[in-house]
Design a protein around this ligand. Structure first.
Ligand code: ADP
Ligand code: MG
Length: 314
């Protein structure tokens, strides 16, 4: 493309909140064959909410949530934030005894002294968290985390998790020492425009794919809701870039749309990396396009812009 064409397209993009980093990216976007979407925060709103908290060993639910929230409080993961938020809410509204001394009635003061002391906290990417509370090992995360720590998942627990996953929720398992004692269900709704955009891409001859670190069942349920047939699930953070490579093998031009820190290697590996939303600085840096409005329609805008600009000058 001529410098003028690039300048015009860049200007039109900027007016729509689509920042294009240079003419090469603009040219490549024209030939995109696959768009690989991250699930969490990209196709979904990234606003995880706990919908279920189930305790299997008779422990008081408020106490269970206090333990789980204490374990998750140092994690940056959106799932962790959802859990802490839920536990805090539960504690504040369902367990008013904490304020019965009449001294501390504000929400802030109730919650500040409420978490338990945690030692040896470790965040395990693609798995969950591990720590010690009151001499007990606490694990909060997915099946992989449990399996790697030799925790057996009883059949009734597995059935409960499967039920959550089939309804597009993520099941988070909780173990104290070597027993599995509870499960949380977390929902993260699709963005409103997601299904329409997927249909639009298909009409343009572009194949949408979903990639996620989440489990296969949840991934399939979400993919079905949004209309994506091709899904890659249980992909560890480092594996997303490899997935891009698989689609590039026959020389196809591959775009990746993602928002998180986890996604930056994949954004960089893709022929066209698109960072969506406020994103993280590192994702924005790795990307060729930044979709500022956090609206998936801009994936179509970006491809359209490239196709139209370049066809006009040929
Ligand atoms: P995504 O592709 O959705 O960004 P991640 O690689 O961040 O996925 O996480 C994959 C899975 O690992 C999550 O769906 C969850 O099951 C588990 N996980 C990761 N971090 C945590 C955490 N802090 N607490 C609980 N589970 C977690
Ligand atoms: Mg993500």
């Amino acid at each position: 493309a001529t410098p003028t064409a690039v300048m015009v397209a860049t200007g039109v993009g900027a007016n729509n909140g689509v920042l294009i980093k240079g003419g090469d990216a603009l040219e490549r976007a024209q030939k995109i064959k696959y768009v690989i979407f991250d699930k969490t925060g990209t196709l979904t709103q990234g606003k995880a909410t706990v919908t279920t908290a189930k305790v299997f060993n008779g422990m008081n639910r408020g106490e269970f949530l206090r333990w789980v929230a204490s374990a998750e409080t140092s994690s940056e993961h959106p799932l962790a934030k959802a859990i802490v938020e839920y536990a805090r809410h539960f504690h504040f509204f369902d367990e008013p005894s904490a304020t019965e001394d009449g001294k501390n009635n504000s929400k802030e003061s109730v919650t500040s002294g409420w978490l338990l002391d945690v030692s040896e906290f470790t965040a395990l990417p693609g798995r969950g968290v591990k720590c010690f509370i009151d001499g007990k090992q606490v694990l909060v995360g997915n099946r992989r985390l449990m399996t790697e720590n030799e925790i057996t998942i009883p059949t009734h627990v597995e059935n409960f998790v499967v039920e959550l996953e089939d309804s597009a929720r993520t099941g988070i398992l909780v173990a104290f020492d070597d027993s599995l004692i509870g499960v949380l269900g977390v929902a993260d709704p699709l963005k409103r425009e997601a299904a329409v955009v997927i249909e639009g891409l298909q009409k343009m001859g572009v194949k949408p794919v979903m990639v996620t670190g989440d489990n296969w069942r949840t991934a399939r349920a979400v993919a079905q809701e949004v209309g994506i047939q091709d899904v890659r699930a249980e992909v560890l953070p480092a594996g997303k870039a490899e997935v891009i490579g698989l689609f590039q093998k026959d020389g196809s031009v591959v775009a990746m749309v993602g928002d998180g820190i986890n996604d930056s290697p994949a954004l960089a590996a893709a022929d066209v990396g698109m960072a969506i939303g406020a994103g993280t600085d590192i994702a924005i840096e790795a990307a060729d396009y930044v979709l500022m409005r956090n609206n998936l329609e801009d994936v179509i805008t970006a491809i359209d812009l490239s196709r139209k600009t370049l066809s006009r000058i040929r």
